[in-house]
Design a protein around this ligand. Structure first.
Ligand SMILES: CC(C)(COP(=O)(O)OP(=O)(O)OC[C@H]1O[C@@H](n2cnc3c(N)ncnc32)[C@H](O)[C@@H]1OP(=O)(O)O)[C@@H](O)C(=O)NCCC(=O)NCCS
Length: 184
C-alpha cells in the first residue's frame, strides 16, 4: 500500500497545488462520462479562486509526496447558481455544504480514496450544518454509486445547457444532472 497523506488546504495552501489540481480537473471533467465537455482553463481557475474568496472553500487532497492522487473541494452552497429555487428552499433553516468538485487520478481509483474524502468531508460538516449536497452528471455511474454507498439519497434532477467541444467547434448541449443529498 503506497504512503498516501491527506491534507486540508485553504486558499493559500491550495495555490501550491493549483497546477497539479488543474491538470487533473481538466482531464477528469472532459473525458469518460464527461467526454466532449468544454472547460476553459482560465475561467475555471478564476472560478476556483472565487470559491476560496467568496464561499469558504476548503480542499481535501490525497497525495503521495508531490503526486496528487485525489481531491475534494467543498464550499458553501451559495456558490451553486444552478441549484433550483425549490430545492434551495428545502435547505432553508437547515444549512448545507456543497461538494463542488471531486476527482481521483485514474491510477489511484478503486482504492477507496473518493469514499474516504467524502466521509472526511461529512465528518467535518457534522455539527456545523444540516446537509451535504453534490451535483453530478446523471450518467456518471461511478459517482452515483459512490454517493449512494456513502449515505446520500437521490434528491432530484435537472437539465442544464453545457458548453461542448467537437472537432474544434464549440456548441451547447442539454446535459442531465442529478443532485445527491445527505442529511446530517
Ligand atoms: C467517481 C470517482 C471520484 C470515484 O473515485 P474512487 O477513488 O475510484 O472511488 P472509490 O475507490 O471510493 O470507489 C470506487 C469503486 O472501487 C471499489 N473499491 C473501493 N476500495 C477498493 C479496494 N481497496 N479494492 C478494490 N475496489 C475497491 C468501490 O467499492 C467502488 O466500486 P463500485 O464503483 O463498483 O461501486 C472517480 O471515478 C473519478 O474521479 N471520476 C471522474 C470524476 C467524477 O466523476 N467525479 C465525481 C463528480 S462529483
Amino acid at each position: 500500500m503506497p504512503l498516501i497523506d491527506l491534507s486540508v488546504c485553504d486558499g493559500v495552501q491550495f495555490r501550491e497545488w493549483e497546477d497539479r489540481f488543474m491538470s487533473l480537473y481538466l482531464s477528469a471533467f472532459t473525458t469518460e462520462n464527461y467526454s466532449g465537455h468544454y472547460l476553459d482553463e482560465l475561467e475555471e481557475r478564476v472560478w476556483l479562486h472565487g470559491l476560496f474568496a467568496n464561499h469558504h472553500a476548503r480542499c481535501y487532497i490525497f497525495h503521495e509526496g508531490p503526486v496528487l492522487a485525489a481531491f475534494l473541494l467543498a464550499a458553501d452552497t451559495g456558490y451553486d447558481r444552478r441549484l433550483p429555487a425549490d430545492m434551495k428552499a428545502q435547505l432553508e433553516g437547515h444549512g448545507a455544504l456543497s461538494i463542488a468538485e471531486l476527482t481521483v487520478t485514474p491510477a489511484f481509483r478503486r482504492q477507496g480514496l473518493a469514499s474516504r474524502l467524502v466521509m472526511q468531508c461529512v465528518a467535518d460538516a457534522t455539527g456545523h450544518t444540516g446537509n451535504v449536497i453534490v451535483r453530478t452528471n446523471t450518467h456518471a455511474d461511478p459517482a452515483r454509486r459512490l454517493y449512494e454507498r456513502n449515505g446520500f439519497d437521490n434528491w432530484g434532477s435537472l437539465r442544464v445547457p453545457n458548453p461542448m467541444l467537437q472537432n474544434g467547434k464549440l456548441y451547447w448541449q442539454l446535459v442531465d444532472k442529478t443532485y445527491y443529498r445527505r442529511n446530517l
